[in-house]
Design a protein around this ligand. Structure first.
Ligand SMILES: NC(=O)c1ccc[n+]([C@@H]2O[C@H](COP(=O)([O-])OP(=O)(O)OC[C@H]3O[C@@H](n4cnc5c(N)ncnc54)[C@H](OP(=O)(O)O)[C@@H]3O)[C@@H](O)[C@H]2O)c1
Length: 294
């Protein structure tokens, strides 16, 4: 059965969420602090509410997508809005921390509302497409009861656990991986520019080697999960091999005066592993030195 839905927050992402829901024929009310930004959604069939209270009152499912949880709290923890959420389902797709989601779930429970928390693993152009990924955690029954709503938001919207903090925890883990790649790319650009390598060439070579990197990441996760840190017949590369190639990078960066702040972090972990006698271990052995601050 199609639900009545309110989307609170129609910035770049909130507007994409609202458009996807409108395309799937849900009854939609939208609200945004700056009303102008919500107006274009009226042309697609949404009712534009003048206040958050009006939007919350109009719907069974309230999707929130604002900058951060402080903004969410500022909207929902108004006395009138807090009374109006009773019996409704709040789905906060705003980015945040695991603890922030757990606190929000607890607040909703005290105010008689259901709560699901979501982490959007996509840019707005992916929302409503088959490749749109959103991780959702919290009350599994509420997720199943509203499957049509979630299906409209993307082809890969998954419930990842009862703990409301789980989606945000996974989000942070995946962002750590992404930023590793993005800061690595910035280093690669600096090295290429210093060595007069055309960035188009860098792009072509990266595309050719990306499957190797993907394989290494997958292997690293698998070996860490199994605790297989010693080198064995399936080891793809040891710490020693990486460490020696790493010295070439450092030498080049020093010769060209390239900032080493990011790669010195890698050096720190190489040194910890080597000091612990793991120079010839599998690269995955470095996992043992990342889980706790030194
Ligand atoms: N864009 C992406 O690619 C992407 C990807 C994954 C996750 N996300 C997450 O989605 C959320 C929204 O991102 P966005 O890209 O849509 O940002 P955005 O375009 O900057 O929109 C921010 C929204 O938050 C509202 N807002 C901010 N502070 C508020 C407050 N105190 N009270 C009420 N409303 C407030 C803004 O209202 P006004 O219009 O009145 O300023 C606007 O609707 C963030 O948590 C972001 O991390 C975004």
């Amino acid at each position: 059965m199609k639900r009545s839905i309110a989307v609170l927050g129609t910035g770049r992402m909130g507007s994409a969420l609202a458009r996807a829901l409108l395309a799937s024929d849900h009854r939609m009310t939208v609200w945004n602090r700056t009303k102008d930004k919500a107006e274009p959604l009226a042309l697609l069939g949404a009712t534009v509410a003048s206040s958050a209270l009006e939007a919350v009152t109009s719907a069974e499912v309230i999707i929130v997508n604002v900058s951060d949880y402080k903004a969410t709290a500022g909207i929902l923890r108004d006395d009138a809005v807090a009374s109006a959420v009773r019996g409704k389902l709040i789905v906060d797709l705003t980015s945040g921390t695991p603890q922030g989601a757990r606190d929000a779930a607890e607040w909703c429970g005290r105010h008689g509302a259901g709560y699901l928390d979501g982490a959007i693993m996509a840019t707005p152009d992916f929302i409503g497409t088959d490749a749109g990924t959103i991780l959702v955690s919290g009350q599994g029954q509420a997720f199943r009861d509203n499957e049509a709503v979630f299906r409209a938001l993307g082809g890969n919207v998954q419930h990842v656990g009862q703990d409301p903090g789980r989606a945000n925890a996974l989000d942070s883990a995946l962002l750590a991986l992404m930023w590793g790649a993005l800061f690595g790319a910035l280093n690669a650009i600096a090295v290429s520019q210093a060595e007069d390598i055309d960035l188009g060439e860098l792009s072509r070579q990266w595309t050719a080697t990306a499957p190797v990197v993907e394989g290494l990441v997958t292997d690293l996760i698998k070996r860490t999960d199994a605790g297989r840190f010693a080198s064995d017949e399936e080891t793809l590369s040891s710490i020693s091999i990486h460490h020696s190639a790493f010295q070439h990078l450092l030498e080049l960066m020093d010769a060209r005066g390239i900032d080493r702040a990011v790669v010195d972090g890698y050096g720190f972990f190489f040194q910890r592993a080597i000091a612990a006698g793991q120079l010839h271990g599998d690269f995955a052995a470095l996992s043992q030195f990342m889980g706790k601050a030194a």
